[in-house]
Design a protein around this ligand. Structure first.
Ligand code: NA7
Length: 538
C-alpha cells in the first residue's frame, strides 16, 4: 500500500450523474476527482451494449439542461436515442468541459472508512490504491449492479452466455444461432424485439409477463431539431412540473367525470403517442384506484390481443398478477409481433420452470432447449445494490450494509445518518429512480454542490443528518409508497429482486420516493433556503 492520495472531494462514478457533478465541482475551483470502476466514462450507457438498448425517455428531455452550448451543439438523431449515440453524447459533454482529466478509471472503490478524529474518509480501490477525502459524493447509479439467476449448471454451459449489462464490446454473432433470453423486463423486451429477425431460433424464457406499450420512435430531422432547440426552455419547464420529469402532463378531467368512450379515445391517442405519454398523460386515478386500473389494464390487454396472432400466446403475454403502470413500464418496438414469427418460441416458466442449465442449453420441466447463446436479461439489485458492494464504515462503528439490511433510511436520499460528509446523488429514497433520471439528478447535483459550497464557506469539517430529520423523511417515503397500487407489485421500483437474498417474495423495501419530482424539488429547495435545519453542521 502506497501513501494515500488526498483530494478535498471525491466523486464515485463517472456516469450521467458523476459527469455533471465533477463539472460543477471543477467550476467551483475545488480539488476534486472522480473514481470510476469501469475503464471509461458513461456508466449505464457505457455498460449496456445489448442490441436494442436505447432511451425510453425522449432524447431531448434526457440530455443535460445545464449548458446552452451543449443544447445548441448536440443534434439528437432519434426521438429515443440508442446506446452508441448516448455514449457519444456523454463523451461529447465530458470532452467539451475537459472533465476526463479529473477522472480516474479502473478504480473500483471496495471499502470506505470514516475517521472521526481526522474528519476524513479513506477509500480503498481494487488493486491497492488508497485515497483520502474530506467529502465524498456518490454517483454510483441506481441500476449498476446486475443480478444473475441462481440456476444449477450455469457455469457448465459451453456456448456464449452473459448478462445484458455485460454484453461484450466486440460484435456478438447472432445470425444462424439458437438464442435463449431469460427475462422479460424493459431490457428483455428491447433485446427480444431487436434480435428476433436476426437469429435462427429465439426462445424466450418468461417467468412473469410485463405490460408494455409502443415506444413510437422516429428520426429527428435537422428542422425538427432546430424546433426542439427553440423550445428547450419550455420543454424543461414542463418537465419540472411533471411528476415523472417528462414533457407529458396528466389528464385532470377526472377519470369518473368522463364517459368510457372518452377514456377510450384518450387511450387510443396515447397508445400512438411516443414514449411514456400513456403513463404520464393518463388519468392519475389509474395508479390509485383499483377499478380505474382494471379498466386501463383491460384496454392494454385488448391491444396485445389485437397484435399477437395466437390467442394462447397473447394470453400468456398479458400480466394477470399486477395492473398496468404498477411496475416499471417497458416500451417496445414490434415486441408483440415478434411472437408471430415462426422462429420465436415463448417458454412459459410459470407452467414449465427451468430445472437447470446444461452444457448445451436450458432444461425445463417439459423439454431441453439446445442453445448457442444465453442472454440473461434478469435485471439489477436496484438502488441499494451498488452500495452493498462497498464495505462502508461510518461514525461510531456503524456499517452501512447493516444499517440498510431491511431497507434504506436516508435524509431526502441525499445523506444517511452515521455516515458523515457523505453526499448521495440519486441515492436511495430520492426521486431519481422513479423519474426521467437526468432531470432529477441535475436537481440532486445542484443541491449537493450548493450544500458543499455552503459547508466550505462556513468552515464546516463535519456534517451529518439529524436522527429526527432522517426518521421523518423515511416515514414520508413509506407514506407515499403506501398510497400507490404499485405497493403490491414485484418490481425493482419497490425493491423486489428474487435473485438477491432478502429482497424477494414478502420483503418490502422503501427504496424510492414516489411523491413526484416537483414536490421533491420543492422540499429540498426549502431545506437549503432555510439553512439546512435537518443537518448538523460542525
Ligand atoms: P427487470 O425489469 O428487473 O426485469 C428482469 C426480468 O428478469 C423480469 O422479467 C424477471 O422476472 C426476470 N427474471 C429475474 N430473475 C429470473 C429468474 N431467476 N428466472 C427467470 N426470470 C427471471 O430488469 P431489466 O433489466 O429488464 O430492466 C431494468 C431497468 O433498466 C428498466 O426498468 C429500465 O429502467 C432500464 P420476474 O418479473 O421477476 O418474474
Amino acid at each position: 500500500m502506497t501513501d494515500p492520495i488526498h483530494h478535498h472531494v471525491i466523486v464515485l462514478g463517472a456516469g450521467v450523474s458523476g459527469i455533471y457533478q465533477i463539472h460543477r465541482l471543477v467550476e467551483l475551483g475545488l480539488d476534486a476527482i472522480v473514481l470510476e470502476a469501469d475503464e471509461d466514462l458513461g456508466g449505464t450507457w457505457y455498460r449496456n451494449r445489448y442490441p436494442g438498448c436505447r432511451f425510453d425517455s425522449e432524447s431531448y428531455t434526457y440530455g443535460y439542461s445545464f449548458s446552452r452550448e451543449v443544447l445548441d451543439e448536440w443534434h439528437w438523431k432519434e426521438r429515443f436515442s440508442s446506446q452508441p449515440e448516448n455514449l457519444r453524447y456523454l463523451n461529447f459533454v465530458a470532452d467539451k468541459f475537459d472533465l476526463r482529466r479529473h477522472m480516474r478509471f479502473d478504480s473500483r472503490v471496495e471499502a470506505m472508512r470514516w475517521d472521526d478524529d481526522l474528519r476524513l474518509w479513506t477509500l480503498d480501490v481494487a488493486g491497492g490504491r488508497r485515497y483520502t477525502a474530506r467529502f465524498v459524493i456518490s454517483a454510483i447509479g441506481v441500476l449498476s449492479t446486475p443480478t444473475l439467476p441462481r440456476y444449477q449448471g450455469m457455469e457448465e454451459f459451453e456456448g456464449d452466455a452473459f448478462h445484458t449489462y455485460w454484453w461484450p464490446k466486440q460484435e456478438v454473432p447472432l445470425e444462424g444461432r439458437r438464442v435463449g433470453v431469460i427475462g422479460t423486463g424493459a431490457t428483455g423486451i428491447q433485446v427480444i424485439a431487436e434480435i428476433a429477425s436476426q437469429v435462427d431460433q429465439l426462445f424466450v424464457f418468461q417467468r412473469r409477463p410485463n405490460w408494455s406499450t409502443p415506444l413510437n420512435n422516429s428520426p429527428i430531422s435537422e428542422q425538427e431539431m432546430a424546433e426542439i432547440r427553440a423550445r428547450y426552455d419550455e420543454i424543461f419547464a414542463t418537465c419540472a412540473i411533471s411528476n415523472g420529469g417528462f414533457e407529458h402532463l396528466p389528464d385532470r378531467r377526472g377519470f369518473w367525470n368522463v364517459t368510457p368512450e372518452q377514456r377510450r379515445a384518450l387511450w387510443d391517442e396515447l397508445y400512438a403517442t411516443p414514449g411514456f405519454a400513456i403513463l404520464a398523460r393518463n388519468f392519475p386515478e389509474i395508479y390509485l384506484d383499483e377499478e380505474a386500473n382494471r379498466e386501463i389494464s383491460e384496454y392494454v390487454a385488448e391491444r396485445i390481443r389485437g397484435r399477437v396472432h395466437d390467442p394462447e400466446i397473447a394470453e400468456k403475454l398479458i400480466p394477470k398478477d399486477h395492473g398496468f403502470g404498477t411496475q416499471r413500464l417497458p416500451l417496445e418496438t414490434r415486441y408483440f409481433e415478434a411472437y408471430n414469427r415462426g422462429n420465436v418460441h415463448l417458454v412459459d416458466l410459470s407452467e414449465t420452470p427451468i430445472e437447470r442449465i446444461t452444457r448445451s442449453g436450458i432444461q425445463t420441466t417439459a423439454a431441453h432447449h439446445d442453445l448457442d447463446l444465453i442472454v440473461y436479461a434478469t435485471g439489477f439489485d436496484a438502488i441499494t445494490g451498488a452500495w452493498d458492494r462497498i464495505d462502508i464504515h461510518g461514525a461510531g462503528g456503524a456499517v452501512l450494509a447493516e444499517k440498510w439490511r431491511d431497507g434504506p433510511s436516508t435524509f431526502f436520499g441525499l445523506m444517511t445518518r452515521r455516515f458523515p460528509n457523505l453526499l448521495m446523488v440519486a441515492g436511495p429514497q430520492s426521486v431519481s429512480g422513479s423519474t426521467n433520471f437526468p432531470r432529477a439528478i441535475e436537481g440532486g447535483v445542484d443541491w449537493v454542490t450548493r450544500f458543499l459550497e455552503h459547508a466550505i464557506e462556513h468552515g464546516v469539517t463535519r456534517f451529518e443528518a439529524h436522527a429526527e430529520a432522517e426518521r421523518e423523511w423515511t416515514e414520508e417515503v413509506v407514506r407515499r409508497h403506501e398510497k400507490l397500487l404499485a405497493r403490491r407489485s414485484r418490481g425493482w421500483f419497490t425493491g423486489y429482486n428474487s435473485n438477491v437474498a432478502g429482497h424477494g417474495e414478502g420483503s418490502v423495501r422503501y427504496v424510492a420516493y414516489f411523491g413526484g419530482a416537483p414536490k421533491y424539488a420543492e422540499l429540498i429547495r426549502l431545506e437549503a433556503e432555510s439553512g439546512y435545519p435537518g443537518v448538523d453542521l460542525e
